[in-house]
Design a protein around this ligand. Sequence first.
Ligand SMILES: [Fe+2]
Ligand SMILES: [Fe+2]
Length: 351
Amino acid sequence: MHQLAYFGNLSGNSERLRKQLANLFEIEFKPLEHSLDSRLGAYTVFDFDLNDSTHLLRLKDKLKDKPKDAKVVFVTEKASRLQDARAFSLGATDVIYRPVDGRSLLSKLWSETRSLADENPEPPGNNGPGVTAAADTLRGIFSAACTGAPPDPKAIHSAGDTVVGQVEEQGLAAWIDTVRAHHSQTYQHCLLVTGLAVAFGQQLGVSRADRQRLSFAGMLHDIGKARIPLAILEKPGRLDDAEMAVIKKHPQYGLDALGTVSGLPSEMLDMVVHHHEYLDGSGYPHGLMANEISDLVRMITIADVFGALIERRSYKPPLSGEAAYQILTDMGPKLDKDLVGAFRFAANLGQ
Ligand SMILES: [Fe+2]
Ligand SMILES: [Fe+2]
């Protein structure tokens, strides 16, 4: 958790802001004068009337001593270039306009989350309605997760339903082709896993309600990654142990993000927090054993591993369906043998 000092008069929405930033920052609100006597930390916001020159000279001196790489954001009026110029001349590293919104403030303070939350998930070219709906929904839920706001289960449910329809109508191969054209690795991954999970459910003949659950879980399973710095999440190449330890927090982060959403079925939370568990107990975060892992979670895990292998990444070509399926079978006791057998249809997917 990072400390954020907020100096000035934030009228009315301090609690909302506190909630919106709760995943990453602990905010302390203080009167402007306190900034003149305290040491500035790594993250500071100044929110006061820049036309009032009472403290400006002392503030400018203070800001000369700000820590290296500190983020200092001034709140200004949108139409006032003069205020923006004054803020930068005092030592601001960025400005934000009134009224202050948590998500925009977060993007100024925390550039790693900005790129993921703000990335446009709209793939170029022709998208089916399911890809567009699912990509829009993903953007919404990742943005919400970045600011600590609960995602909207109704929107996810309806996008999930559209994916089920599209995969069943046009087939998994067409879905994968469209999704692979997508430039964001994380969104691409979630969309691939969603399509694979739905097709897997179809293959096994599970009920439409279960296929919708799988679709919903495919979109949500990695929502905790919204809190992982993009530099780690999309690092080209191998992660070191410390980076891997950060990545392994994403199932718990996902549960934190969704745990407060009312009306979300518990099996959905189970899929989010346990999709990296293996039947032999070697998975994370809880090291569950076979009998503790539900069938739906086992299916999402298989779709997840396979989806990661066939993704298109900037630094490596995607594996063919055949090669990816071979890796699944080589994982032996980690995955459900019968389910891996039923997933064989995915081996026929081309490059
Ligand atoms: Fe994951
Ligand atoms: Fe995943």
